[in-house]
Design a binder for this molecule. Structure first.
Ligand SMILES: Nc1ncnc2c1ncn2[C@@H]1O[C@H](COP(=O)(O)OP(=O)(O)O)[C@@H](O)[C@H]1O
Ligand SMILES: O=P(O)(O)OC[C@H]1O[C@](O)(COP(=O)(O)O)[C@@H](O)[C@@H]1O
Length: 308
């Protein structure tokens, strides 16, 4: 079974306008609201790919109800811990030239609520794939992903991690099986400059060899990604196209990897599918479909970098 854990979900309120005037009255050309947050997006894309997953995490208030209603409508199973406070709202302002994000403040999580989530994690079984994704609510310790990865490893479950900053720095100590930092997050992790592919490969190799992470996929937006792991070292060039809305591209890449890897256990195929899914989302108004991803997969070029 596949599970996604979103500790800090959000309603993504996406607003499109020609241009954004700071300090002025702006009116949207169109807008919409979606159930978001990294793990939830992974579940939504897996669902598009015909792969079932259960969404876990915390939701609360009317915004939390919006999320559970959306997942019910999409027929995506969930089992969230209910909070007293409202789930946050993240605003995504999209103009012709750029994207501005205002991510809301997380609701408070009490000890009893955290323990209720841990109890659900303790039920997970050997071979389950568990995606831990997104930022941490402010009331949780920065070490919770590290604790969760350790717990999952002990249970024989497969921990997949997509986060940044201190929670990422902590969690890599517990050796998740797969991580997908983007190149900025990788540079922050080691507090080193990343100037070119060579630098990325060296840092990703440290994650693979020194931290025992089996698969490291470093995404680089329109430049594609670099994979370093049990299946070698290679670069994946992203398909060319017009970026329409890149929110969720990283989550789609995680979903693409897991989906193909679950089906084939072939990390090279999984990485190619990850890039196709990420680009398919970047090229559309919302998250990618399977048909869009399958078309773009033909355009993903894989370059072997094993000698680097
Ligand atoms: N402008 C773009 N053009 C083509 N592909 C893109 C673009 N932006 C993102 N992608 C695809 O989505 C993947 C993840 O995007 P990225 O921005 O690196 O992730 P994150 O959202 O986690 O920072 C990339 O590896 C690439 O395949
Ligand atoms: O938990 P964080 O880091 O604040 O990120 C949450 C935001 O990231 C998203 O999951 C999109 O992430 P990506 O663009 O990295 O794929 C949004 O749905 C959500 O608003």
């Amino acid at each position: 079974m596949i599970y996604t854990i979103t500790l800090n979900p959000a309603i993504d309120y996406v607003v499109k306008m020609d241009s954004f005037e700071q300090g002025g009255i702006n009116r949207s050309e169109y807008d919409y609201k979606e159930a978001g947050g990294k793990g939830i997006n992974v579940s939504r894309v897996l669902h598009q790919f015909g792969q079932s997953s259960t969404a876990l995490g915390f939701v609360g208030g009317f915004t939390g109800k919006f999320i559970t209603d959306s997942l019910t409508e999409l027929k995506i199973p969930y089992d969230f811990v209910q909070l007293q406070q409202d789930t946050r709202i993240n605003i995504k302002i999209k103009t012709e030239t750029d994207e501005t994000e205002v991510n809301g403040l997380s609701p408070a999580i009490g000890e009893a609520e955290y323990q209720a989530l841990l109890a659900k994690l303790k039920q997970l079984k050997e071979g389950d794939i568990v995606v831990l994704a997104g930022s941490l609510p402010h009331s949780l310790s920065k070490t919770v992903y590290r604790q969760m990865v350790s717990l999952l490893n002990e249970q024989g479950a497969i921990a997949v991690l997509d986060t940044s900053g201190t929670p990422l720095k902590e969690a890599i100590q517990a050796s998740p099986v797969f991580i997908k930092p983007n190149h900025h997050e990788l540079a922050d992790l080691f507090d080193e400059e990343v100037r070119d592919d060579y630098d990325i490969v060296q840092l990703a190799k440290r994650l693979h060899q020194d931290y025992g992470i089996n698969h490291v996929l470093v995404s680089m937006a329109k430049a594609g990604a670099i994979y370093v792991g049990d299946s070698g070292v290679f670069k994946l060039l992203a398909p060319k196209g017009k970026a329409v809305h890149s929110v969720g591209a990283g989550d789609s890449a995680v979903a693409g990897f897991i989906c193909k890897w679950y089906e084939t256990t072939d990390a090279r195929k999984a990485a190619a599918y990850a890039i196709a899914a990420g680009s398919a989302t970047a090229f559309s108004k919302t998250l990618c479909t399977k048909a869009e991803t399958d078309v773009l997969l033909q355009q993903v070029e894989v370059i072997d970098l094993s000698r680097r």
